[in-house]
Design a protein around this ligand. Structure first.
Ligand SMILES: [Zn+2]
Length: 695
């Protein structure tokens, strides 16, 4: 008997999602979705004519068809990310255009739009439903649905042009990055580089030169290139200053000359974005972007960034002076000033001298199992939940994947999650993320939330379990924080449950909040035991980790602020910016946001893909915005008494009942205030980053 593998609302049976099965069955799913959609439009137009609309008639069928699409495409995208192969990649790119066109159809349907408007007009819903409705309507308006015919044509043609310009932009960055390299043959040229980096560079030289035989790590040749791992390692460790200068100039000048020049594309993108925003009734692209965010207004973002900028600038100046002194004491020419290509190198030497911290040597204290137990114990204490392993209960996509259930304090299952911990370079995308497998749904077929937590940490070896770096521990806590918001939701409407409907600049709150616990002494010391001897991590090593967190944080923060402020002003100060190029505007902003002004070759904007090819335009500030929220939320625990478990439990429950439970059901500021009792403040983050010492 024929049964479909697309059983939406259930845990996917991953092993049955073979290329053959997907290829034969997914088109049927898409066909069904298209039919359902037509049916919905037909029903809605009847309801509109008869003036017979209500929430259940409009929203529920739309939710159902959206969920079918999300679930089905979700499994395919998930496998594409964690179980990649040539055939799944082909499937993914084959169906992607169809998925895009389907979601455009939903997002640009006049009938749906009119039904939503009517619904809003005739009914008096509660705050949650109103919020869902308003956001849905606004999103459709941002797709140009309410424009007059002429304007709509112009809008569509601008959107198309912007799409193409973004692609050109990122292709130029990619080409410019790949086209540059230097083959190094002298040992002096790679002096200072760690073994791991030499190996990476020797292998890529070997492949690039199509050499036969063994790779020679010791004698080279080695390939120097502009990819991030090679670039950062070389800037941090290489003693050859001239080569560092050459590499730095190539890096910051990427895509700013010749056939890969992005300068003109940037001007065009900004110009067209402004035009698009004006067509939609906004003054600027920045205003349009902020209309869907927690920050709401440009001046709120400017205020927050300025509050951070001032102490960051002061601290960065002090850090630079210290670095200058240290370098001159250790052989840097006294007659010269430290240059941008010296910063990472001398910082690393100073870090070594000041902290004497070797992060690699701490791995034996962080075996995966102990870290998980510690994380679960912490969550149990704070949020009144139990985490129980249930790997044999669920279908998996890889033998290393784990599955857990979350129980409430009455031992009822309320959610589950997958954890795919290890890196598998051949088949798994890099980075770490949380994704929704199942959404909480109380309408129709009831489902509990299930999350995918995916990391890329060091796998176990023959005689060792997975020994995590401290950074990998933080990443796991981070993703678990996202997972908690997805899984502990109490919102019954799927459109606003978990991370759904949460504003972009507030979504990193729970994740960054959880990271803070890695720097909480008793939490970390309870976790960190040597995997062989059981010996606890020493106080001294903990202090080192703590100091490392704030080491040169002024310069790092200032850099982020430079990006955020530049992004915001490029997209908002329309009148002030007139007659100036983006590069000129950036250099003006740099006066207040850098301690060494950008050199002439530095055309950083030409490779600022986040804002010109990704989704971060007039939104790069979100990183810092959410960091302020999470630090301020954590400070509530610090103010109580981190060692008093009753206090912790009380505040933990409050955090669960507000930030983790309410998801996108209320405006994030309101939820924050329910937890914190007041509006967010920047001082906790300033203190956590060690920026207050300078003031
Ligand atoms: Zn995150």
């Amino acid at each position: 008997m024929y049964t479909s593998i697309f059983k939406y609302g259930e845990l996917p049976e991953f092993k049955k999602f073979t290329p053959e099965n997907i290829n034969t069955q997914f088109p049927l799913v898409l066909e069904k979705i298209a039919e359902d959609f037509k049916e919905i439009e037909k029903n809605l137009s009847n309801y509109l004519i008869n003036n017979d609309l209500n929430w259940d008639k409009v929203i529920n069928p739309l939710n159902e068809v959206n969920e079918i699409l999300r679930w089905s495409w979700g499994v395919i995208s998930h496998l594409n990310a964690v179980n990649n192969s040539e055939s799944i990649r082909d499937i993914y790119s084959k169906f992607l255009p169809e998925i895009i066109s389907l979601s455009n159809k939903f997002g640009q349907s006049k009938i749906i739009y009119n039904s939503l408007l009517k619904l809003k007009e005739i009914n008096n819903f509660d705050q949650i439903k109103n919020r869902i409705l308003e956001k849905e309507i606004l999103e459709m308006q941002h797709r140009g649905i309410s424009l007059q015919k002429n304007d709509q044509e112009e809008f569509n043609s601008i959107s198309e042009k912007l799409g193409k310009l973004s692609t050109d932009f990122s292709n130029n960055v990619l080409d410019a990055t790949n086209n540059w390299n230097l083959i190094l043959r002298k040992n002096s040229e790679v002096d200072g580089l760690p073994e791991r980096v030499l190996e990476m560079m020797a292998i890529s030289a070997h492949n690039y030169l199509k050499k036969e035989g063994e790779v020679d790590i010791k004698n080279g040749p080695w390939k120097l290139s502009l990819d991030i791992p090679t670039y950062t390692s070389f800037m941090t460790y290489a003693t050859d200053r001239n080569l560092r200068e050459k590499l730095y100039k190539a890096f910051v000048g990427r895509a700013s000359q010749g056939e890969n020049n992005n300068s003109q594309i940037i001007e065009e993108i900004i110009h067209l974005r402004t035009k698009k925003a004006i067509l939609l009734g906004y003054k600027s692209w920045g205003e349009l972007s902020l209309s869907t965010k927690m920050a709401k207004e440009i001046k709120n973002v400017e205020t927050l960034l300025e509050e951070l900028r001032e102490p960051a600038f002061k601290t960065a100046k002090i850090e630079l002076e210290k670095l200058d002194k240290f370098s001159k004491k250790n052989g840097f020419p006294k007659s010269q000033n430290i240059q941008p290509w010296d910063i990472s190198y001398w910082s690393e030497l100073l870090r070594k001298e000041k902290l004497n911290l070797d992060q690699e040597s701490l791995r034996p204290w962080f075996p995966l199992n102990d870290v998980l137990n510690g994380l679960f114990k912490l969550s149990e204490k704070l949020f009144e939940i139990k985490v129980v392993e249930a790997t044999n209960e669920a279908p998996l996509w890889n033998d290393d994947v784990l599955f857990f259930n979350i129980l409430n304090n009455e031992d009822n299952k309320i959610a589950s999650f997958y954890l795919d911990p290890y890196s598998r370079p051949e088949t798994k995308r890099g980075g770490a993320w949380m994704d929704e497998c199942l959404n909480k749904n109380n309408i129709g077929k009831k489902t509990l939330p299930v999350a995918y937590l995916v990391c890329n940490q060091t796998p176990p070896s023959k005689d060792k379990p997975s020994l995590m770096s401290f950074e990998e521990v933080q990443t796991l806590f981070h993703e678990f924080g996202h997972g908690l918001q997805h899984m502990l939701t109490t919102v019954n409407l799927p459109q606003a449950a978990g991370i759904n409907n949460v504003e972009w600049d507030a979504v990193e709150l729970p994740s960054q909040f959880m990271e803070n616990w890695c720097f909480h002494k008793s939490t970390l010391l309870n976790i960190a035991k040597h995997y062989k001897t059981g010996e606890k991590l020493s106080d001294e090593n903990f202090e080192k980790l703590l100091k490392n967190r704030t080491f040169n944080c002024g310069m790092a923060t200032l850099r982020q602020l430079h990006f955020a402020i530049t992004d915001l002003r490029l997209h908002s100060n329309i009148d002030k910016n007139k007659g100036k190029t983006a590069d000129e505007i950036r250099r003006e902003i740099a006066k207040q946001t850098t301690v060494i002004p950008p050199i002439t070759e530095d055309k950083f904007l030409c490779c600022f893909s986040h804002i010109f090819a990704g989704g971060y335009s007039a939104g790069y500030y979100s990183y810092k915005w959410a960091e302020v929220l999470s630090a301020d939320a954590f400070s509530m625990f610090e103010e109580a008494d981190l060692e008093n478990s009753e206090d912790l439990q009380f505040i933990g429950k409050k955090f669960k009942d507000t930030i983790l439970s309410l998801g996108g059901s209320l405006p994030p500021l309101e939820i924050f205030k329910l937890f914190r009792g007041r509006e967010p403040q920047t001082d906790s983050l300033i203190r956590h980053l060690g920026l207050s010492e300078a003031t």
